[in-house]
Design a protein around this ligand. Structure first.
Ligand code: BGC
Length: 460
């Protein structure tokens, strides 16, 4: 009998899912997203409402994660619950988070806690939020308070989720609150978020010297529509640089490159202010030169026409499913940071309500991580976005990212086939040929050809 092929992951690899307070907890009515929702900005007209009911019973979903033999779970704290008014602290909110973290630990799910995932208390937004450098102190004070209360239960902190998405969707594209369209303001917010991360990092380091502390960036690839066109290449490369690599560089060194350097003060104490690189990766976009788009570096973005797609949202096209992009991102982050810290995939997921692309997509992305690891890139964990369907910001309930399907009306859960597959992979700490045959036989060649990279080419 032929020997079964398998891709094994390193011992101690973290397997889990990622989520955020507003998207899962329900009943959050004291942050800027609730206000945004009340102002009618949710494109489906839906409400977050009870979300996945985590404030009442996250434990039910933690049990499902345990049944999938995950060994980690990422969630976020809702600042507007912990500090509902400036300087006022709600100990009942802390108690609830303590109960959640204790439950995770009991189930051998390592808590990975994000301190800021897109939501700001209304009072903080009214002070100008992260647009004003003077407000960073409020964030750091909250971080100190929360970590002090929870440090006996968590030793893995993500300060800020995706500063580049928070800044661009809220301040440049106007799709998230506060709905601005201002490049200079966007860059200022981004810079202030990075400074907030640095200050939070040292505050946590002080309170909990042994903790692992980092932030996560959203990495998105921008490839030229026509590789032979210098104009397409330069538009794509500018978008790539500004969205991804300038941000990573500023976080690493404290300095942006010219011309941004003229606009943005450097970030004191940035070098060394992380224990890992959190990588959130979803997709890539193609870019064609377009002289009518100066604000987007003269590039029009579109989804590769011959690709396997995520389900589209109303405003956001969740785009191409492009596994090789994850390998490219991991390699680039590793090289640009000279391999100074381990990497975690802090988010990767697919909008696929029918679950007919997700199993193969998960397998192919994991194969790319395996390839990166086999080339010496220290990737230590994979957190899938997300455990259950949840409230997808301005897209409401319109797109479904869960391993487990959720009906928000009845709160009924139905595990998708991806959930059982993910469970089998976590249990085995490996992808076996048998798993691929059962869940996505079409991927056999790509999965097992992936370790030498032969079957993966960058399509242009
Ligand atoms: C965000 C999540 C979001 C996911 C899917 C990420 O950029 O961190 O909150 O649900 O993308 O769009």
């Amino acid at each position: 009998m032929a020997r079964q092929r398998s891709l094994r992951f390193p011992k101690g690899f973290l397997w889990g899912t990622a989520s955020a307070s507003y998207q899962c907890e329900g009943g959050n009515t004291n942050n800027q997203w609730y206000r945004w929702e009340q102002q009618g900005h949710i494109l489906t007209g839906e409400q977050c409402g009870e979300a996945c009911n985590w404030w009442e019973d996250a434990e039910h979903d933690f049990m499902l994660a345990e049944q999938m033999e995950n060994n980690a779970l990422r969630l976020s704290l809702e600042w507007s619950r912990i500090e509902p008014a400036e300087g006022q602290w709600d100990s009942a909110a802390i108690d609830r988070y303590r109960a959640m973290l204790m439950n995770l630990r009991k189930r051998l799910l390592k808590p990975i806690v994000t301190l800021h995932h897109f939501t700001d208390p209304i009072w903080f937004a009214e002070l100008g939020g992260f647009a004003d450098e003077a407000n960073i102190q409020y964030f750091v004070r909250y971080v100190r308070y929360a970590v002090e209360k929870l440090r006996d239960l968590c030793d893995f902190w993500i300060t800020i989720n995706e500063p580049n998405i928070y800044a661009t969707l809220g301040y440049l594209m106007g799709m998230h609150p506060p709905g601005e369209h201002d490049f200079v303001l966007t860059m200022r917010v981004l810079r202030n978020l990075l400074q907030a991360h640095v200050e939070a990092f040292y505050a946590i380091r002080d309170l909990q010297p042994q903790a692992e502390i980092g932030y996560c960036l959203h990495y998105r690839l921008f490839d030229p529509a026509n590789e032979l066109s210098p104009l397409d290449r330069s538009a794509a490369s500018l978008q790539d640089t500004f969205f991804n690599w300038e941000v990573l560089q500023a976080a690493e060194t404290g300095n942006f490159s010219p011309p941004l350097k003229l606009l943005l003060p450097s970030i004191p104490y940035a070098p060394g202010s992380r224990d890992f690189h959190g990588v959130n990766y979803y997709t890539r976009e193609m870019v064609r030169f377009d002289p009518t788009r100066p604000a987007e570096f003269f590039g029009r973005r579109f989804v590769h026409p011959d690709s396997v797609h995520n389900d589209p949202g109303k405003d956001i096209d969740f785009g191409e499913i492009y596994p090789f992009g994850l390998y490219r991102v991991l390699k680039s982050v590793y090289q640009r940071t000279r391999g100074n810290k381990p990497l975690y995939i802090t988010e990767n997921g697919f909008s696929d309500a029918l679950d007919n692309r997700r199993p193969q997509a998960i397998l192919e992305h994991l194969a790319m991580i395996h390839r990166a690891i086999s080339e010496g890139i220290p990737v230590r964990g994979y957190l899938h976005w997300s455990l259950v369907d949840n409230f997808e910001w301005a897209e409401g309930w319109g797109v479904r990212f869960g391993l487990i399907e959720l009906d928000p009306e009845t709160q009924e859960r139905i595990p998708r086939s991806s959930a059982s597959m993910f469970g089998e992979i976590c249990r085995a700490n490996a992808i076996s040929e048998e798993i691929v045959e059962r869940y996505a036989p079409k991927a056999l060649d790509t999965i097992f050809g992936a370790s030498d990279g032969a079957s993966y080419q960058v399509p242009v």
